[in-house]
Design a protein around this ligand. Structure first.
Ligand SMILES: *Cc1c(COP(=O)(O)O)cnc(C)c1O
Length: 371
């Protein structure tokens, strides 16, 4: 049987070398583990061209731990956050603020509509009490690409502070601190860097970090304290995810060998092209317009033929080693297929073939495009 593919927003299919890196046990105070931590932190800052002005603060946990830590640490008790919402991850940021009793307002768009930066500028002009803005680079809910450079310019023009959830974009789509003025960006090990799950991280501007002492309502999610800990002795404050970090370092080797952001993003774009062209040719309808589709995950309308049954479709693909993902849209029935992780052009062609065969077996009729 051919290899099992995770065509999901994460965790993803990983490389053998990444998993193999977890075979050794590390002590948290070993000098080589301290060096490993420092190396991974530096490599992550380099991906977004942060230079000496930015620091990476890794954190035990999944990506949302890093987002919650970023919001709690950077949005202080007297600050106010504007959340740019066009999917579940923007809404989750608002829910986190509500839970932490941080002042926040939202600007919302439909799940297929990118952030409109004119509306953003108007909202910032209208409410001088807004201090920070949270943007989601790629809304994984649909696969929607938000215009992060224009958002950065609009936020910087009014002297506000930008926080970015770049979870599903970091490493695959360019995000440079020299082009986008951000205070902090959150991502995780198990998305486009293709590590194993267990580490989130925030890359933050040192000058902004300096102002955040005492903000975090949670001890374990306090990025200021986590940063001071790393700077003081190179160690994690609490038990580090040692094996996950070793795997992350190996995944970064693979990322660099592939040519960094350009190489990885190029492969994902090719994967996405094969997938979207193949599904369209079968007669399936994609949710997003091509110009706003990020090469990360593709949302597909469920066929309207009554013979279509998502659970059967999912199980049948799963039996062939292809793990897809349910939809997360609020208004339409959909499913999602990811283009990220250790999946390549021939894998995507296999997915398209299997989707076509599975729908045919279910007796689902589509109207393929004839062009
Ligand atoms: C995956 C993801 C997260 C974090 O999800 P976890 O399940 O906590 O890892 C946050 N934001 C976006 C945009 C994501 O794609």
């Amino acid at each position: 049987m051919s290899k099992r593919l995770l065509l999901t927003p994460g965790p993803l299919t990983t490389a053998d070398a990444t998993r193999a890196a977890m075979q050794r046990d590390w002590g948290s105070r070993d000098t080589d583990f301290i060096a490993l931590t420092a190396r991974v932190r530096e490599r992550l800052v380099a991906i977004c061209h942060g230079g000496d002005d930015y620091s990476c603060i890794p954190l035990q946990g999944s990506g949302t731990f890093a987002v919650e830590a970023m919001l709690g640490t950077f949005v202080g008790p007297t600050d106010k956050l504007l959340v740019l919402e066009n999917g579940a991850y923007g809404r989750r940021a608002s829910a986190i603020c509500r839970r932490m009793s941080r002042a926040h307002v939202a600007l919302s768009w439909d799940e297929d509509t990118p952030v409109d930066t004119d509306q953003l500028s108007d909202a910032l002009a209208a409410d001088p009490s807004i201090t920070h803005v949270l943007a989601v680079h790629v809304e994984t809910t649909s696969g929607l690409l938000n215009p992060i450079t224009k958002i950065g310019a609009a936020v910087a023009a009014t002297g506000r502070h930008l926080l970015i959830d770049a979870m599903s974009a970091f490493g695959a789509l360019p995000l440079s601190a020299t082009e986008v003025e951000f205070d902090a960006v959150a991502a995780s090990a198990n998305k486009c860097i293709e590590g194993v799950p267990g580490i989130g991280f925030v890359i933050a501007r040192n000058e902004a970090l300096e102002t955040t002492a005492g903000h975090s309502p949670a001890t374990v999610l306090d990025l200021y304290e986590q940063w001071r800990g790393f700077e003081a002795n190179g160690q994690w404050r609490f038990t580090p995810p040692t094996h996950v970090l070793a795997a992350f370092d190996a995944a970064l080797d693979g990322f660099e060998a592939e040519g960094g952001v350009a190489g990885r993003g190029g492969r994902y774009r090719q994967n996405c092209r094969i997938l979207t062209q193949g599904l369209t040719a079968l007669g399936l309808k994609l949710y997003l317009e091509p110009e706003v589709q990020a090469p990360i995950i593709v949302t597909v309308h469920q066929p309207t033929d009554p013979n279509f049954d998502f659970d059967k479709f999912y199980d049948s693909l799963g039996a062939q080693g292809l793990v897809i993902y349910p939809g997360k849209l609020t208004k339409v029935d959909s499913f999602r297929i990811g283009c990220i992780g250790q999946v390549f052009a021939d894998d995507m062609a296999r997915v398209v073939t299997a989707v076509g065969e599975t729908l045919a077996e279910m007796g689902v009729r589509l109207s393929p495009e004839t062009s």
